[in-house]
Structures are given as C-alpha cells and as structure tokens.
Write a protein that binds this ligand. Structure first.
Ligand code: TYD
Ligand code: MG
Length: 475
C-alpha cells in the first residue's frame, strides 16, 4: 500500500525533511526546500535491482555470464562513447544545454535502431507529435520501414509512457525530457525534484523489468549540472553529455559515467542541415583552418581515451592596462594555465606577470589532459616573443614545477596520427623510449627551456615586443 505525505524536498540534492528550513541540512544550499507531496511506499515492495538474475552471492571465480549484448545506434561515434552500443534494459541519461541538439540526436538514434533492432517509442513532453514528425522528415526519416517502427507519443505522464511501452514492447524508449515528466500521484510541478526522481524511478523499473533500454533527456542548468536532483545521476547506468560551442557546428559527446564502458571516449559530430553528422576525420577536426600561421599558434597531439586528436592551441599575450592582468582560458583548465604561467616565468625566462593572457583551443574542445601543457606554454611564449612555431610541428608533454618535461602515455599512437595528418616534426619529452613513427622527425627535449629553443622560429622582422631578460634560477 502507498500513502501520500507532505515533505520538504531540497531541489538541489533531493534530501527531504519534515519541516521547512532556510538551509538544507544535507547540502547546505539556501532556500531550496519546496513542499512536495511524496508517496511513501510500503516496505514489502520488491526493490528494482540493477543486476538481473537473483541476489545470491557468487564467487568472483564463478563461470562468466554471457557477455553483455548491445545493439548499435546507427551513429558510430555514439556507439564508441557508449562502449559499443546500447545495452538492452539499461537506463541512459543524455544531458546538454537547451538547443545543443539532444532531441535531434535521439531522433536520429530512433531512426538508426528502429527496424533493425526493434521498435522505438519516442515520448516527448516538449513538442507535439506533429513537430516531431516535421523534424523527422527534415532528418530524412519521414517515410520507410524505419519511420514505421518509430512511434511518437506526445505526453508528459510517465504512466502513459510505461503503459504504451508495456503494450508495444519496443527495443528503446526515449523520454524527452525528464524535466517535463510527471507522475499522477505526486502534486509537485514538472521539473521539481520529487517529480523528476519519481519519474526516473518508474522508468528505471520499466527498463530493468522489461529489458527495454530507456534513454532520458536531461536539461543542463547554467552551472553545468543536470537540472533536478543529483540522485538522477546515481540512478542511471550512463550519463552522456552533449556539448559544443554556441553558434559553432562541432558537437562533442562524452560519457561522465558509464557502467558498461569507459568514460574517456570522445564522440565528434557536426550539426548540419540534416542533423548531426559524424565527422569524417576527427583527428583533424580541431585544427583551425587558416593559411600562414601567426605567432601564438601551436598544435598539440592529445589523446582522448583511445583516440588521438590534434588540437590547435591559440594564445595571445598583450601588455596589461591598469589593475590585475587578465587570464582567460577556454577549453584549458585555468589552474593548469596559472601553473604554466608560473613555470614559464620562473624556469624558462618568459615572465608574463604584467601581461594579459588569453589561451583557447580551436573548435570549442576542452582538454583536461596534461600532455597539452607544452603546447600551451609554447603558444604563450610564441605570442610573447612574437616568434612563430613551424605549423608542421606538433608538441606534447606535461610540464613539471621545475620546468622539466614529463613523458605522456600513448606517444606512439599520437605521433602516428600526427604523421598521417602530414606533420613533419614532433617535440616530445625526453626520457622513456623514443617512439618510432614513420615520416615524422622526433625531437626529444628534457625541459621547457629546451623546448622553447627547439620550437620558436627566428624572430620575425616585425617583432615589436621587447624580450624580457631571462630569469635566473638559483641552484
Ligand atoms: P534540438 O535537438 O532541438 O536541441 P535540444 O533538444 O538539445 O534542445 O536542436 C536544436 C537546434 O539544432 C536548433 O537550433 C536547430 C538545430 N538543427 C540543425 O541545425 N539541423 C537540424 O537538422 C536540426 C534538426 C536542428
Ligand atoms: Mg529538445
């Protein structure tokens, strides 16, 4: 039996309390408690287990179960991020800012799955069925066997979705978006913590109980978290985030949680007239296309999961006006930038203390990998000294506090990709094995100072910025 109760639920963390309080005692957020009618279920309810097939303990050495079966989505890049495809009975959450292309992506997935692997129920609380059909037609999904196998259900009632799914038994149910969904028994408005959590729980029961993969769309708030309770992230099997530069065409797909695969694969798409398109050559996608490279541009050979990606770092250094000099980074961790600036000044004689500093990655990519350090440092020094770096040179290396360069993983793979894309020279950390890469000259360097010497071309004749005297290092 279930009974209804009034509780005060924190909209930030999902904790609930019997009384209203100004500050949530669980997550310390202010003014986040909202009165919500919650249904307390009786204790004999069978819990939905994430692991199918009983609760008896098994030794680790027990014979392996059949490998996880998966079906492809029709989008190779998404499959790679998921770890090989959609696992039947799994619950996925696709997050992203409004307008980034979540609905487009999932409609394409619906088309890719439908017919080949079973039907798809596309439930939407955001658009009318007519709007979805119009969009499908634009994506080339207006007619044919795949279009026949996708059923659109415009509703915001979870009960209706569960009922339709139990009747039609599709392979995949898409719920766009979880913030528009409500459960009849609850009073709170759509998007409130209680509704979001209970809706997701019921859809999880559908997924685990019927072996239907359920994909939830979640809007992301300004601060970057998926709106609604954090509890949603614990509930689902995988959280996939779709991101990209506003106004740009590149779209990046990353798993921030994945029970069925790794979380460091990156998917790259382009948003075009007919929806999201896989990029033919992702290794090249983040190299800005321009002739005659100016000072401040350096190419890094990074590794995203198993995929080598060549990325152009662009830096601009300019004398600061009044006040604290600006430090702006886009796609680069600001604390990493601060460290690189400090090492450049103290260990390599490139003091930027009285300069404004801007550093970006081309194409809206963001890279957290330490192998990017060297390219950032070289780009800053290149701009500061107004000396170019040869555009056919790639760089990779982590910078230590002493100004030394540390080896990175997967050097062979990075250099092979660089060679394939026509780069001729690679500046890499000395120490460790020197990799063999056909068609690329490898220059091992031990310190940032040596890297500067190897990378910066002779001064351009218009070099105007005075070069600061080298900082002396005691020791
Ligand atoms: P949408 O999938 O509605 O975003 P979300 O569901 O994440 O809010 O995508 C909306 C944007 O994508 C919209 O600005 C138009 C653009 N778009 C294209 O550029 N090409 C297309 O083929 C489609 C369907 C959308
Ligand atoms: Mg949408």
């Amino acid at each position: 039996m279930a009974r209804a109760q009034s509780r005060f639920v924190c909209q930030a963390c999902g904790a609930d309390f019997l009384r209203w309080e100004g500050q949530c005692r669980s997550c310390a957020a202010w003014n986040t408690l909202v009165e919500t009618v919650v249904t307390v279920r009786s204790r004999d309810r069978r819990p939905a287990t994430a692991v199918p097939g009983g609760v008896a303990p098994v030794p680790l050495s027990a014979p392996a179960e059949a490998p996880i079966s998966r079906f492809p989505t029709g989008l190779r890049e998404l499959d790679q991020v998921l770890g090989g495809g959609i696992v039947p009975g799994s619950l996925l959450l696709i997050g992203g800012e409004p307008g980034v292309g979540k609905s487009t992506l999932l409609l394409q997935v619906a088309g890719g799955v439908a017919g080949a692997h079973g039907g798809v129920l596309y439930a939407t609380g955001e658009e009318s069925a007519g709007q979805v059909r119009l969009r499908a037609a634009r994506l080339g999904l207006g007619a044919g066997p795949a279009a026949d196998a996708v059923a659109v259900l415009a509703t915001s009632e979870v009960g209706a979705i569960v009922e339709a799914a139990r009747a039609a038994r599709p392979a995949v149910v898409v719920v766009d978006s979880i913030q528009t969904m409500t459960v009849d028994e609850l009073d709170g408005p759509a998007g409130s913590v209680g509704q979001v959590r209970e809706s997701a729980l019921r859809l999880m029961e559908l997924a685990k109980g019927e072996g239907i993969a359920v994909v939830l769309v979640g809007h992301v708030t300004k601060d970057g978290s998926i709106a609604g309770p954090r509890t949603l992230e614990h509930l689902v099997d995988a959280v996939i985030e779709l991101g990209g530069e506003r106004g740009g065409v590149m779209r990046l797909l990353r798993a921030t949680k994945n029970r069925f695969g790794s979380t460091d694969e990156l998917g790259v798409f382009e948003m075009g007239e007919a929806g999201l398109r896989e990029v033919a050559d992702p290794g090249r996608a983040f190299l800005a296309e321009h002739e005659g490279v100016a000072p401040g541009s350096v190419v890094a050979a990074t590794l995203e999961g198993t995929r080598p990606l060549l990325v152009e770092v662009q830096a601009l250094v300019a004398p600061a006006g009044y006040g604290t000099p600006a430090r702006r980074a886009s796609g680069i961790d600001p604390t990493r930038l601060a460290l690189i600036l400090a090492v450049l000044g103290r260990r390599a004689g490139v003091g930027l203390g009285s300069h404004d500093v801007y550093a970006n990655l081309a194409g809206g990519l963001s890279v957290a990998e330490p192998g990017l350090d060297l390219a950032v440092a070289l780009a800053l020094a290149s701009s500061m000294r107004d000396r170019r770096v040869d555009p056919r040179t790639v760089t990779v290396g982590e910078i230590g506090l002493l100004g030394e360069l540390r080896p990175v993983s997967g050097l062979d793979r990075r250099l092979r990709e660089a060679a394939r894309l026509g780069f001729e020279r690679a500046i890499v950390p000395a120490g460790g094995r020197t990799p063999a890469a056909d068609g690329i000259r490898v220059v091992p360097v031990g310190s940032l100072r040596d890297a500067l010497r190897a990378a910066l071309l002779p001064s351009d004749e218009f070099a105007a910025i005075p070069i600061e005297p080298e900082t002396r290092v005691l020791g």
